[in-house]
Design a protein around this ligand. Sequence first.
Ligand SMILES: Cc1cc2nc3c(=O)[nH]c(=O)nc-3n(C[C@H](O)[C@H](O)[C@H](O)COP(=O)(O)OP(=O)(O)OC[C@H]3O[C@@H](n4cnc5c(N)ncnc54)[C@H](O)[C@@H]3O)c2cc1C
Length: 255
Amino acid sequence: MVQKSVYKISSMRQETPDTVSFVLSGAAIEFLCGQFVMIHYPLELAGKHGASEKDLAEGKPVKRAYSIASSSVRGLKGEIELCVKAMPDGWISKLLQEVKLGQVLEVSGPFGRFTFDPLKDKDIVMLAAGSGIAPMHAMIEQICLGDHKDVKGHLIFSNKVESDIIYRKVFDKFACDNSNVKISNTLTRCADGSSWDGSEGRINFKMLSEICGDSLVSESKVFFICGPSVFVKSMRECLEELGVSKENVRFESYG
Ligand SMILES: Cc1cc2nc3c(=O)[nH]c(=O)nc-3n(C[C@H](O)[C@H](O)[C@H](O)COP(=O)(O)OP(=O)(O)OC[C@H]3O[C@@H](n4cnc5c(N)ncnc54)[C@H](O)[C@@H]3O)c2cc1C
């Protein structure tokens, strides 16, 4: 049986109009950045929407996977940060937009093989779209708070519009204070006349080459991809086209 632990919401922040981040405080937890936890949302709070008759009868909590968005440095202090984007017509992702300070949630984990180990992975490129930023935030925080100055981390973050960029200020500060961390934001829908000076359009072969320069393919460079399945698929194809070996590509698809 999966072991569950009880955590309390100790802080929360509205990151963008449809995304919140919140910190769960409780027992110290060991994990590798990139892993996820399961949130067991109580059925009595979730309401009937989406629950099967069987689950309703048994009163089973509703489970959803969320990547840990904070470093293992904070995990050891009993903190897990999550970053949840409300899905259109989604059930639990919408309820989690309205969590309250002090609310208790059951958590199990950590799970997953999408992992970053700063003692082995010394040169990483992170390709994220939307809420796929959560594990990348954990990795960058690990590099900075864990004082891994020998690890080079480059995040390429794709969003539709500027107001969708999650953790923007936090990332700018990490990059400003840590010369080994680089952030490149890209937008797929840039408004006419906007002052956006980053890359525009979907991330593709050409954009990746321009942003990363000619150092893109190297035996030691590891690529992490996270986001919706269409994004993950297209990034994997793009890296294959660029000649990146499969062993150097790790990915997590949010379905
Ligand atoms: C390993 C992993 C890590 C994840 N980490 C994160 C994270 O860090 N942050 C994050 O925001 N999300 C993350 N997710 C996604 C998360 O687990 C949920 O899937 C997401 O929050 C949506 O849950 P929901 O209950 O709101 O949506 P649901 O109610 O489950 O619906 C999801 C979508 O499916 C559609 N849908 C629902 N039922 C049907 C149906 N019968 N037919 C057709 N379409 C339907 C809905 O319209 C909605 O758009 C992760 C997923 C995985 C697998």
